[in-house]
Every structure is written in C-alpha cells, then in structure tokens.
Design a protein around this ligand. Structure first.
Ligand SMILES: *Cc1c(COP(=O)(O)O)cnc(C)c1O
Length: 401
C-alpha cells in the first residue's frame, strides 16, 4: 500500500456549515485549489505523476487510475448525489459497463423495459453472452417488479422517469423489494439529475449518470458517473474503472465540472419551460398525447411529486398522424433534430430510429415507442421561441412541404 500524501488538502469549506445544493454545484468539493488559489479546477493534463520516493505517492500515480481534475468531478457529483463514492468514466455506457463487472455469471437482473436503447444493447448484446440473465419489466408497476424476482436476482436496474415514456418507478419500494433479497438497487438518474431526484436518499445503492446530458449540460462532451454508498463495492468498482480503462480525460472532466456549476439554474429553467411547452403541446390539435410527469393526470403523478422535487426538462409526445413525423423533424428550425438530451440547446429526437433503435421491435412496441413518438429535450432558450418553432413546424406538417 502506497503512502498517500494528498496534494490538495481536502475540503476547503470554511466552518461546518452545511451548504445548499446550488452552492455545492458551483463550488464542488473544494472551494479553491489550495496551492495556487485557482478558482477553477486546473486541467491536470498529465498522464503520469512523479513518485516522491519508493512506495510513496502524491495520491496520483497514473491518470487511468486517478487524475486530480477527474477526482474533483467525482467528488463534486458524489456530494450532489449524497454518496460517499464517485467514479467518472469516458461515457455513461462506460460507467454502466464497469458496474456490470461487480457481478458473477449466473446473476439475474430486473431492468426497466422502457430504457435507454444503448443500455439494452449493452446488457442484452454483451452481458447476456457472459452468463447474465435479464428480465425486462415495467418497473412502474410494483407487482410486476416483485413477480420478476428470482433467487438469483442480484440487482434491480431502473430508469425513472423512464426513457422515453416517462413512467415513474417507486424508488423506495424498489429498494425495499431488492434489499429483502440481498440485492442492489441501481438507478440511472440521467433524466432528473440530483437537482430533482436523489435516489441514494430514497434507498438506492448505486446511481449512474450519462453526465453527457444534464450534469455537463452543454452538448459539448461525453461523460459518465457512478455514485454509490457501498463500502463493499468500492474496491471492485475502482478496479473495474482502472482495468477497463474507460476513464474520463482531464479536459472532459473539466468541461463537466464547468457545466455542473450551472446545473441548478439550468434544471430550473429547463423544467419551467418544459412544463409550459408540455401544456401547449397538449392543446395542439395535431398532438395526440403528451407524456410528462408534471401533469396532474400522469398515472404516477402523486409518486412523482413525493420522490422528486421537480419534473425535469424532458417531454415525449405522440403525433396524431405518424405520417407527419418526417415533416416535423425536418420542419423545426431553432430546435435541432438530434440525438441526446439535457443540454442548453433544445433537441428533438425520434426514438424509433435513434435512441431506441437497438431495442427489438416487439419490445419497443410494447413499451409504446412507435412511428408517432417524438422526444423533446427542452433547452434554456426563450420558451416563446421554442413554442413558435414547434407551431410553425406542426403547421408545415399539415400544409406539406
Ligand atoms: C445517453 C444515456 C446513456 C448513455 O450515456 P452516454 O454518455 O451516451 O454513453 C445512459 N442512460 C441514459 C438515460 C441516457 O440518456
């Protein structure tokens, strides 16, 4: 074991006052860099670190294992999620893949059936080959979740609200169910971020993020995070991180840290605009149905209100006429037709051929992902401009051209 002589002298917050979420998002785990006083965490663009002597370390040896800029991001996100451990990866998929390394072949998982298509592709396409088994379940229904439990079930993996149908799973109930069997609750918290939902405080063991989305928030970098509270898993996860090597580079870690500073104001704005746009869409004659957890008639509205502090910036909706889909996608001009979500720029996505293309047809249809479905990630532009853009694009669908 190396002797660690930490270069940064730990937390620099004055006194023992507990700071609010917005403050912690701006400042991270360290108020400033202690050697120079730098307010912005420096980009430690170094692959390796000089050892002070044999069996001695500054705490940093080689950047695949640990890097100070990445460490600052890991500590900041861990602080916001309320967990003791944070690990940063090159992408969200890198984080989820590393997480799967802590289980043994034969393990069974219950996974939300309505989830990010890339996660489905990774689990079904790869991990199933290595002896893992998956049950794809509508986890918004606790009875179905319970019915899917097997003696070999090691974890429940949920997205809530789900992607793209915005179904809400009861996190505390899921935790209670899986803990009775000695398993883990894993929550992909990408859609709401810790600003609106803190799964660890509701009983989850592990939170994963595509930090590419809200945490970094500017559609300019890919990143993934795991935050967890399991002392027994920390070493395994760190080993998976450094062995697989899907680690986040210092510059990307810095971009994510910079994005994180405005997480609170971005989330608030995006959520307010989304609520407004969701209401507007709902009253539009060419829109058949809008999926948004902030609607009082959303099937899990009460649960959503109880376990989150806001509804977020994501909206899905069905067009009345699926033949209008291509015209809408090419008709928006301010809103960009692109894959991804959570950034300051509003994006319109077509899950059928984009984010959920990897999911088999039957499963996709059962979940409700079809030709009619659009997914809108609301950015921080003027909401009036976004509505005007949707309005002209929807009008164009009817007119043709
Ligand atoms: C995008 C996304 C992922 C994958 O993250 P990447 O950073 O693109 O690898 C995982 N889960 C959800 C919910 C996502 O939206």
């Amino acid at each position: 074991m190396n002797v660690v002589e930490e270069a940064g002298a730990g937390d620099c917050y004055p006194g023992d006052r507990r700071y609010g979420f917005d403050t912690l998002a701006v400042h991270g785990a360290e108020l400033f860099e202690p050697v120079t006083g730098a307010v912005s965490v420096p980009i430690y663009q170094s692959s390796t670190f000089r050892h002070p002597g044999l069996n001695r370390s500054t705490g940093f040896d080689y950047s695949r294992t640990a890097n100070p800029t990445r460490r600052a991001l890991e500590r900041a996100v861990a602080l916001l999620e309320g967990g003791p451990y944070g690990l940063a990866f090159a992408t969200g998929m890198g984080a989820i893949s590393a997480l799967m390394k802590v289980f043994e072949p034969g393990a069974h998982f219950i996974v939300s059936e309505d989830l990010y298509g890339g996660t489905y592709r990774l689990l079904d396409g790869y991990y199933r080959r290595y002896g893992y088994r998956f049950s794809w379940v509508d986890t918004s229904d606790p009875a179905r979740m319970e019915a899917a439990l097997l003696p070999e079930t090691r974890a429940l993996f949920i997205e809530t609200p789900s992607n793209p149908m915005m179904k809400v799973t009861d996190i505390a109930r899921a935790a209670e169910l899986i803990h009775r069997r000695g398993g883990l609750l894993i929550v992909d918290n990408t859609f709401l971020s810790p600003y609106y939902q803190k799964p660890l405080s509701l009983g989850a063991d592990i939170v994963v993020h595509s930090a590419t989305k809200y945490l970094a928030g500017h559609n300019d970098t890919l990143a993934g995070l795991i935050v967890h509270k399991r002392d027994d898993l920390e070493e395994d996860l760190q080993t998976a991180l450094k062995s697989e090597g899907a680690t986040l580079g210092p510059f990307d870690a810095w971009l994510a840290l910079r994005g994180l500073k405005t997480l609170a104001i971005r989330m608030k704005r995006q959520s307010e605009s989304a609520a407004r746009i969701a209401r507007w869409l709902r009253s539009h004659p060419q829109v058949e149905k809008v999926f948004y957890p902030g609607f009082e008639d959303h099937p899990q509205y009460a649960l959503s209100q109880a376990q989150t502090s806001g509804s977020g910036g994501m909206i899905s909706f069905y067009l009345r006429d699926p033949a209008h889909a291509p015209a809408l996608l090419s008709g928006v001009s301010l809103i960009l037709f692109a894959e991804s979500l959570g950034g300051v720029e509003s994006l319109l996505t077509y899950p059928l051929t984009q984010t959920h293309q990897a999911i088999p047809e039957a499963m996709r249809r059962a979940a409700g992902v079809d030709e009619r479905l659009m997914r809108l990630s609301v950015g921080i532009e003027d909401p009036e401009d976004l509505i005007a853009d949707l309005d002209q694009a929807l009008a164009r669908c009817v007119r043709g051209g």
